[in-house]
Design a protein around this ligand. Structure first.
Ligand code: FAD
Length: 500
């Protein structure tokens, strides 16, 4: 696209949700313009480089890069625009280091994982199998159909006639939470805590607030398509999508911060950038969070009633304190897995600095660090409020203290970590807010209280005609593969609306 005229869709933001929407539309022949405020694409799936290390800014545990079924949405999004991404299979999703000596690896092979868990809870073998088998049922339903817009009646009819049983199955699971099933089958309190952690580590809420659809997806796909690491780092996925977008005739502009969504007679018709430049398009898609979209890009006082209701049901999750570490390879014992979760006391699972998440992608792709070194990304929940109103020196001191506490705790699983440090950069909720453009640096929406599964999560259309939302504050929520689903759905709905 050389001329910026007659744009079919303007996408605000190049997170994975925005890029999947843009590439799907461009592949159908739509004229698409993506406007990204930062220097590179990817948002929370981006990267940065320091002293020979390439760090993922956020996500490192990647679903959706498998080869089979219909839920491998990243692979499918890339192939739609004739690009591909080499994926390195991870044999273990997570190595858990949990209270009361619950040390356990979630193996890629389903039965091996079950055996590992049953070894800790022999009396609950039946319950364990029933719970995870129920998750497999959800996944089988999802993995048998094309995942597109649930807001498009003809698509719904078509999938219903093609896969009636799968559809009825999903309708049953849609209003339920994983904890409802866990408590039905399992009684052991420690095992229920483990299931809470299994949910919390990606949904950031315990199992009774985690929708069964999402749990079914994560707890099964890890044994089907598996967790795979993109060769060259997670940032490659967004870079490849941009390559595909441009091949398909779409365009992306960087350092193009949208400050306003322009409306005429209540309909979204264009956007204005911080530098005053205006672009008009037939459809506007916001990949910014719903809070940013309806409080910043549109005047907060005109917020539609359904958005207010959404905010009553969902709140911003905390952000993270992130340690990006370069470390001598001698620190990591042979056989160390890529992803770890560390928690010493169940009471602290959801607390600030309670659970520590760790990813060491160089165990799968050594090229991300200089020879003889590894990268470690360790992160733990933190609220923005605790990082505001600090002088520069207070801010630096607070970062150093917090990093010290995390490293001390990680010494338990990686003895010698402190002594083996070669590089350390600490990101706070302020860093997440600034570089990811997300209000309060939030990881995304979490239910304020127990809700009916995914029923209250909004789809892509909004109450503002012509304006759509995509990404983790739309159905089905956070995670790269989830926002890719949202992108497929958004592009499908817009394509139908525009007649492509
Ligand atoms: C620390 C951390 C670890 C994570 N780990 C995992 C993991 O292991 N696996 C996993 O699947 N997921 C993980 N996630 C979650 C996952 O990264 C996100 O859910 C997903 O990347 C969100 O994608 P998105 O498309 O919704 O938006 P984002 O990634 O937030 O992208 C939005 C884009 O829009 C741009 N933008 C915003 N406002 C404007 C504006 N006004 N003008 C122009 N551009 C704008 C931003 O700069 C950004 O590029 C993690 C997230 C974090 C923070």
């Amino acid at each position: 696209m050389t001329e910026m005229q007659d744009i079919d869709a303007i996408v605000i933001g190049s997170g994975i949700g925005g890029l999947v929407t843009a590439t799907q539309l461009a592949a159908k022949g739509a004229k698409v313009l993506v406007l990204e405020r930062y220097l590179i694409p990817g948002g929370s799936a981006g990267y940065f480089e320091r002293q020979g290390y390439r760090f993922d800014v956020g996500a490192s545990m990647i679903f959706g890069l498998g080869q089979n079924g219909t839920t491998n949405l990243l692979t499918r999004a890339l192939s739609t625009v004739n690009v591909s991404q080499e994926a390195i299979a991870d044999p273990v999703q997570i190595h858990y280091h949990l209270p009361q000596g619950l040390d356990l690896e979630v193996h890629r092979v389903y039965e091996k994982f079950l055996q590992n868990l049953i070894a800790h809870f022999r009396h609950e073998e039946r319950g364990i199998r029933r719970f995870y088998d129920e998750c497999q049922k959800v996944f089988k339903c999802l993995n048998s159909m094309d995942l597109l817009s649930l807001e498009e009646p003809r698509y719904l009819l078509r999938v219903f006639f093609q896969h009636p049983l799968a559809c009825l199955g999903l309708v049953k699971y849609l209003p339920q939470n994983a904890g409802d099933f866990a408590r039905r089958y399992i009684k052991d309190p420690q095992l229920l805590k483990f299931i809470d952690m299994e949910c919390y580590c990606w949904s950031v809420v315990p199992s009774d607030m985690t929708p069964m659809i999402n749990a079914g997806m994560v707890f099964s796909d890890r044994h089907y398509g598996g967790v795979n690491y993109p060769k060259g780092g997670v940032g490659q996925i967004a870079e490849k999508l941009v390559e595909g977008l441009e091949k398909a005739g779409g365009k992306i502009l960087y350092q193009a911060r949208v400050t306003k969504i322009l409306t005429e007679k209540g309909k979204a018709v264009g956007v204005q950038l911080a530098n005053g430049q205006v672009y008009r398009g037939k459809r506007i898609v916001s990949n910014a969070t719903r809070w940013d979209t309806f409080e910043q890009l549109l005047p907060a006082e005109t917020m539609p009633i359904n958005e207010k209701k959404w905010q009553q049901n969902y709140q911003k999750s905390p952000s993270f304190l992130s340690l990006h570490i370069g470390v001598k390879e001698s620190v990591l014992p042979a056989g160390t897995q890529c992803h770890h979760i560390l928690l010493e006391d169940w009471e602290n699972m959801t607390a600030v600095e309670g659970t520590i998440f760790v990813s060491i992608p160089t165990l799968l792709d050594p090229d991300l660090a200089p020879s003889g070194y590894h990268i470690i990304h360790a992160f733990t929940p933190h609220w923005i409020d605790d990082w505001e109103e600090l002088s520069p020196s207070e801010y630096e001191a607070k970062k150093e203290e917090a990093a010290g506490r995390i490293i001390d705790r990680l010494e338990k699983i990686f003895p010698g970590l402190d002594a083996g440090l070669d590089y350390l950069e600490v990101g706070t909720p302020r860093t997440h807010r600034r570089f990811l453009g997300r209000q309060d640096g939030t990881y995304g929406p979490i239910p304020r209280r127990k809700l009916w599964g995914l029923l209250k999560m909004p789809f892509n259309r909004t109450a503002v005609p012509g304006l759509y939302c995509v990404g983790d504050s739309t159905f089905p929520g956070q995670g790269l593969n989830a926002v890719a689903f949202s992108g497929f759905a958004c592009a499908h709905r817009i394509a139908v609306d525009l007649g492509f």
